[in-house]
Design a protein around this ligand. Structure first.
Ligand SMILES: [Mg+2]
Length: 509
């Protein structure tokens, strides 16, 4: 059998046939609970991790959504909007079980199914052009097959020439949608949408588009790649042009091949101060954390390099067991590695007074949309705290007003997690079995949760010495044009040369 790449891959050719199907389960966790507990059906329901009065809603049923309840809302607020709202704690193993079954249904129609999260998947039907006459008929069959197994579960299905438009089509009709986007109707569909209706366009990008005179998704689609390049500051703009003009840029995970790095060249004086060197490392990790949060990414690998005055260098790459976004966590992995090395060679420190340059780079990215159900993950608190910190920083336009107290440790109890690895682990293997059966097991006793430690607390702190935050103080624009290095597999293009980074640092002084 031919592989999917023989027919199709990101960025190769433009097919305008609507052969990509996107499936998005509606109000997934809440519907799963309603599936299992018929008494909850048709009622406003909030799924929460812990049964406490102030719990955070991690999923709302269709009925609760209609009353204005949203994910991330606190229960007291949800009750104000919807006094009759019911709650249920999570049952991750049940959600995974249904995920596996739904993926199995999709695979019975198409062998190229790519799960995007626990409740979303893309099916690439390019090699089935002659098999199915009408994909809307296949979509109806899929809905019927799901209903036959789980009668309360609904999904929105989008069909389009590429992944992005297919996903967009699932947003157009909820719940239980079925929308086809074609070259004939795309303009009409886009004309009814706002810029921020496009997944990936938030207020910041909206502002940039508006400044260029692009006011709607329709105008965006008919803008030149060159103009969009200007708006988005590079190749990302071209991707947007492709997305809206039937090119494929989202089907397979290209993020594996990208790198983000932050680098710092040190003055003689700086390198003589051990504490300053350590602070630089923190600053670089924090810089990367900021970039990761803003790009909505986690990383699975971090590397660290030190360059010395005599032209030699020391570097290391660390594979991370779980995707990481937190700067202090990145730093602790680096410190662990350098300390091990220092001990083994019996040297005092790798960051000697001959250090001229240090670089931290991260890669192996995972989108936080995939991590979305890390709402369950044992990093949940972490991630929320981090987001809040950045929101506050943005709001006050002052980077040092809030700092994370990453050093503070305080035990926190957390339940089983729908971890990131789960989608892959749950995938069916060639024999049709589940790769990691453990993922489908219920907690031995849901009332005795595992204990883990959550480290971050928001802490109002006095501003740290200015020079430490040199790099961090840069706005995103400055960063992307100077020290931001984003490379793509086939476009090993470094945005910044060291020279202009040095110049930039000099000018800032
Ligand atoms: Mg969904």
């Amino acid at each position: 059998m031919k592989s999917r790449n023989d027919y199709f891959s990101n960025n190769v050719g433009v097919s305008t046939l609507p052969l990509v199907m996107y499936i998005d389960m509606n109000s997934y966790f809440a519907s799963c609970e309603q599936q299992r507990h018929p008494e909850l059906r048709g009622k406003p329901l909030a799924v929460i991790t812990y049964d406490s009065p102030n719990a955070t809603v991690i999923a709302a049923s269709i009925e609760a959504k209609r009353m204005g309840v949203t994910t991330g809302m606190r229960m007291p607020d949800a009750r104000l909007l919807c006094p009759t709202i019911l709650t249920s704690t999570t049952h991750p193993a049940w959600y995974r079980r249904i995920h596996v079954d739904v993926m199995g249904i999709l695979r019975s129609y198409c062998d190229d199914v790519i799960p995007r999260s626990i409740d979303e998947a893309v099916c690439n039907f390019h090699s089935y052009r002659l098999v199915y006459k009408d994909l809307t008929e296949v979509a109806r069959q899929i809905k019927a097959d799901i209903a036959a197994q789980y009668d309360y579960l609904k999904c929105s299905i989008g069909i389009a020439p590429n992944t992005f438009l297919a996903k967009l089509a699932t947003e157009m009709q909820k719940p239980d949608g079925l929308v086809v986007v074609t070259p004939e109707n795309i303009d009409e569909k886009l004309a009814a949408m706002k810029l921020t209706d496009l997944p990936g366009i938030a207020s910041r990008n909206e502002r940039r588009l508006l400044l260029t005179g692009i006011r709607t998704p329709l105008e965006m689609r008919h803008s030149s790649p060159a103009l969009l390049r200007k708006v988005f500051g590079g190749v990302v703009g071209e991707y947007w042009h492709k997305r809206l003009n039937f090119g494929e840029v989202d089907m397979y995970n290209r993020s594996e091949n990208r790198t983000m790095s932050a680098t710092r060249t040190l003055s003689r004086k700086q390198s003589e101060n051990q504490q300053e060197l350590e602070s630089m490392l923190i600053a670089l990790c924090t810089r990367l954390e900021q970039r990761l949060v803003k790009s909505g990414l986690f990383c699975k690998e971090v590397s660290f390099a030190i360059r010395y005055a005599d032209g030699t260098r020391w570097d290391t790459a660390i594979k991370l067991a779980d995707p990481v976004q937190d700067g202090m966590e990145l730093r602790s992995y680096i410190k662990q590695r350098t300390t091990d090395f220092e001990r083994s060679r019996n040297i005092e420190t790798l960051l000697t007074n001959k250090t001229t340059n240090i670089t931290v780079a991260v890669q192996g990215f995972v989108k936080d949309t995939v991590m979305q159900y890390s709402l369950f993950d044992n990093r949940m608190k972490h991630d929320i705290v981090r987001k809040v910190v950045y929101q506050i920083k943005d709001r006050f336009d002052q980077k040092n007003i809030v700092r994370k107290g990453s050093e503070l440790f305080s035990p926190f109890v957390m339940k089983d997690a729908v971890g990131f690895g789960s989608v892959r682990d749950m995938g069916l293997n060639k024999e049709g079995g589940v790769r990691n059966k453990h993922m489908l097991e219920e907690d031995a006793d849901p009332h005795t949760p595992r204990t883990i430690v959550i480290r971050d607390r928001v802490q109002i702190a006095p501003p740290p010495p200015e020079e430490i935050y040199d790099d961090i103080g840069a706005s995103d624009d400055e960063f992307s044009s100077f020290s931001g290095v984003i490379t793509h597999m086939n476009e090993q293009k470094t945005v910044a040369s060291e020279k202009n980074l040095e110049m930039w640092l000099k000018n800032r002084k």
